[in-house]
Design a protein around this ligand. Structure first.
Ligand code: HSE
Length: 359
């Protein structure tokens, strides 16, 4: 296949390495690189070449959206690892691909080396997917795992995650849960052929994690993990207090872990690298071999009625919602995610769900 690659950074170089002996790499858009027959610094040159497939590996820049649109309009197969663009412009990009009789694939945008989107699309053919849940952000997992196992501070762990290249350019996207929000939207849309956007998802990150919450976790013999949850009626991103013997509590460093529960399969866990040169490039290769099936046919029905007890590191809600006091913090009555959202609103407090160990 004749392929064009946009971007020649960490991921772009990995893609080139994995594909160069099997496909015809016709053009590579790479700024600050000498130009020759293959390398160019102008997107127009990519469009003028006769590529059949365009792989977008640019840093998270909005111009990438224009490039994806231009390629789709020409009927070129598009592959991207850009979760933010994909989640923000989901409907327009999918519809454009459908109108132009081509496809847009984004396996690498969710959980890097874990081929979750292809797996879910394949499963849908013969099974009913009931829930997908797990650790979808390496940076926050690295921070949380480090805090609980290496006895270092939040700031030290974040600095290490940035130095190791796990964090986004703006690490607030990782810390505040937005990165997982994008991935949760893409998972929901893939499973249910729907069009959920970031605004439909309840998102809390680990930005308000404090000594009080850590002390509560230790007293309970639990750890904290940032979890993305997707089922037909619920999509949310929330830290959870999880018992130390649970699989999710034992996901180390920057690994991701995706749990799928379905009617036929019961529960299965996939663990692996969610980012990095070759894990991401391998997901892109999967899209080269077999594009994702694009469809939007269903209206989402997100009610966020899933119920948990929640720990809050400050006692800042009405007494009627409090089941128990815990140091400076408190544990709520059993509440739905939607009720929690209405009670807590935008108050700056660390919130963690109490994970149901039977899950
Ligand atoms: N910043 C992301 C993470 C990169 O930490 O998981 C992969 O999406």
């Amino acid at each position: 296949m004749k392929i064009g690659i946009l971007g020649f950074g960490v991921v772009g170089q990995g893609v080139y390495e994995l594909l160069k002996d099997k496909h015809d790499i016709v053009k590579i858009l790479a700024l600050h690189h000498e130009t020759n027959d293959i390398f160019c610094d102008d997107f127009a040159a990519v469009m003028q070449s006769d590529i059949e497939c365009m792989i977008e590996c640019l840093p998270d820049v909005e111009i990438a959206y224009d490039y994806l649109v231009a390629a789709l309009k020409k009927g070129i197969r598009v592959i991207t690892s850009n979760k933010a663009i994909m989640a923000r412009h989901y409907a327009s990009l999918i519809n454009l691909a459908l109108e132009n009789n081509t496809t847009i694939s984004f396996e690498a945008s969710v959980a890097g080396g874990i081929p979750i989107l292809h797996r879910l699309q394949d499963m849908k053919e013969y099974d009913q997917i009931q829930m997908v849940e797990g650790i979808l952000n390496g940076t926050t997992n690295y921070i949380l795992d480090s805090i609980f196992t290496k006895n270092i501070t939040y700031q030290q762990a974040l600095k290490q995650a940035q130095e190791l290249g796990y964090a986004e350019k703006d690490p607030a996207s990782d810390i505040c849960g937005r990165d997982v929000g994008y991935k949760a939207a893409l998972l929901y849309n893939t499973i249910f052929d729907a069009n959920v956007a970031l605004k439909d998802i309840y998102i809390k990150g680990i930005e308000y994690l404090d000594e009080e919450a850590l002390a509560f976790a230790n007293r309970q013999d639990k750890v904290i993990r940032l979890i993305g949850h997707i089922d037909q009626n619920n999509v949310f991103v929330l830290p959870f207090f999880i018992g130390k013997d649970h699989i999710l509590a034992n996901i180390k460093e920057n690994n991701n872990c995706v749990m799928i529960r379905s009617q036929n399969m019961a529960s299965a866990y996939d663990i692996g690298q969610g980012a990095g040169r070759f894990p991401t490039a391998s997901a892109i290769c999967l899209d080269v071999s077999r594009p994702l099936r694009n469809q939007i046919i269903n209206k989402a029905t997100i009610k966020n009625e899933q119920r948990y007890q929640f720990y809050l590191s400050k006692q800042m809600i009405d007494q009627q919602f409090i089941a128990e006091y815990a140091g400076q913090g408190c544990i709520t009555q059993l509440l739905s995610i939607d009720e929690l959202a209405q009670i807590v609103k935008d108050q700056q407090v660390f919130i963690g769900g109490i994970y149901d160990q039977s899950c």
